[in-house]
Ligand binder design. Sequence first.
Ligand code: SAM
Ligand code: SF4
Length: 325
Amino acid sequence: MLTDGHGRQFPYLRLSLTDVCNFRCSYCLPDGYRCDRGDSELTLAEITRLARAFATLGTRKIRLTGGEPTVRRDFTDIARAISASTGIRTLALTTNGYRLAQNAHAWRDAGIDAINISLDSLDAKRFARITGHDRHAEVLASIDTCLDAGYRAVKVNTVLMRGVNDDELERFIDFSKARPVSLRFIELMETSDRRAFFREHHVASTTIRERLLARGWLPCVRLPDAGPAQEFAHPDHTGRIGLIAPYSKDFCTSCNRLRVSSRGELHLCLFGEGGGLSLRELLAGDDQHDALVARIRALLTGKQAAHQLHTGEVGSTRHLAQIGG
Ligand code: SAM
Ligand code: SF4
């Protein structure tokens, strides 16, 4: 198992398939995606080799993310290749849901086990204001389609923002009561492109936590390859609620995940300085497998104990679509 200098193990990889996104979320890409690089995205063959190397190193779970990963034309082929031939046990997807309703069954058949759908409002007009797209009905419908399609887990990601949607916490809880979905409340993170937005709209996770505890939600024990969320359960609800609290003091202590960008750069931390560490030159052929495994293992020694987000050091990430949120 991959282990860093601080004794943390990494069974979980978040793999960005593209920086491109068709939405314009106000906290992420408010002006939409602008192409500012000439190099190409990893190919299907490169992605398969990468997944195989991480599986050799003990990675059990890969989450496909972006940008919007499903804008790739070969998205289904990528999912099928990772799930069928790399040794990865759990394949998850984070999506804005715009192509999900019509593809949920096909993607399940291609081997995707778990799905996170971003939904920042239960109100159609507000959803359109936040994302720049009038797709609320389709995204809502896709959640029910995923429940029918047999995914092991269906989760809804919501970034709560002051004055934007923080009045919807109870509505989201009621929404999850009526369906077996888990909610993920993600604390808004500061990125270098959206500093003023962060100052205006950040809601501390402690505030969300207090609101959950006051409503009878109880914290659950965390599993080793679980995501970053602290989970809460309630006796009257089938689904759980997760709170992703990057500013909390234990967030980095329990870090179990690495990131690879759509260009094959390893990011040891979402908020690291100096860009990613290139793996691409070792993804050209199957005969480079051992060298690739050795490079990843060696690079891990550089992982810092913690990010410095609480001091306003947001690293070189301009927005989360750049390296996969
Ligand atoms: N486009 C896909 C989506 O939106 O689900 C996948 C990529 S997106 C970067 C992954 C997740 O990061 C989404 O749930 C999104 O809400 C979240 N996110 C993006 N920017 C964020 C920020 N500044 N703070 C907190 N969460 C953010
Ligand atoms: Fe696109 Fe996801 Fe960023 Fe929204 S959060 S702009 S859907 S990458």
